[in-house]
Design a protein around this ligand. Structure first.
Ligand code: PGA
Length: 250
């Protein structure tokens, strides 16, 4: 079964609401009819204007985070129902920056993954090792632990819908992209873990992205790997050049 590639931008803390709307309107005709699925994950305050600007286009809007409670006294947080109601399709969960700066753990990621599915949001579940872990030779052990905990209590049907983003921390925002062999090796390992946990059909359906300094110049080689189903793209998703990553085949 051929998996549809998914190219998702992760804007991080960039673009104001009016910049977001203008950018989506500029990008929309450039990616119209693309073979890959195109997603822009935007800051919470940009979601409403971005969804509006993306109407009738092939761009889907994602969030960069959410909370795992339905509602209540959680000042400053955004609920899954709010995202779903605003027209969000995807939500990035467990990005390494949220783990590093905002105390996200495998357990909170798991609670969020469950809630996302309850509200019809597709999670983009992030995992990835530090340079130190890679040098210690524990990359795959670490990633397996992150993914196993993130997917606790998640059904095979849900797992098949999920997107997993493998992002080596040493490659994020550094310009130091993983080699296609390194990226393929870990993405393959993740697919084999999903096979162990859920069986063949889930493993063949789940989409696994590579992220970390993806750019127009390296996208084709990375996305040609058999277990890499697209990318989570930070810096290169902020400019119209993002369309070149979407059309990575040239
Ligand atoms: P980068 O970020 O493409 O700027 O390296 C990727 C990410 O953090 O998702």
């Amino acid at each position: 079964m051929a998996r549809k590639k998914i190219i998702a931008g992760n804007w991080k803390m960039n673009k104001t609401p009016s910049e977001a709307a203008a950018f989506i309107r500029e990008l929309a005709p450039m990616v119209a009819g693309a073979e890959a699925e195109v997603v822009c994950c935007v800051p919470a305050i940009d979601i409403v204007p971005a969804v509006e600007a993306a109407k009738g286009s092939d761009i889907r809007i994602g969030a960069e985070n959410m909370y795992f409670e339905e509602k209540g006294a959680y000042t400053g947080e955004i609920s899954p129902a709010m995202l779903a109601d605003a027209g969000v399709s995807y939500v990035i969960l467990g990005h390494s920056e949220r783990r590093e700066y905002f105390g996200e753990t495998n357990e909170t990621v798991n609670r969020k993954v469950k809630k996302a599915f309850e509200h019809g949001l597709v999670p983009i579940v992030c995992c990835g090792e530090t340079l130190n872990q890679r040098e210690q030779g524990i990359t795959m052990d670490w990633i397996r632990q992150q993914i196993k905990i993130a997917f606790l209590g998640i059904s095979a049907e849900q797992a098949a819908e999920a997107v997993i983003a493998y992002e080596p921390i040493w490659a994020i925002g550094t310009g130091k992209v993983a080699t296609s062999e390194q990226a393929q090796e870990v993405c393959h390992g993740i697919r084999e873990l999903i096979r162990e946990l859920y069986g063949d059909s889930t493993a063949e359906a789940v989409r696994i992205q590579y992220g970390g300094s993806v750019a127009p110049a390296n996208a084709a080689e990375l996305f040609a790997q058999p277990d890499i189903d697209g990318g989570l793209v930070g810096g290169a998703s902020l400019k119209p050049d993002f369309a070149k990553v979407v059309y990575y085949q040239g």
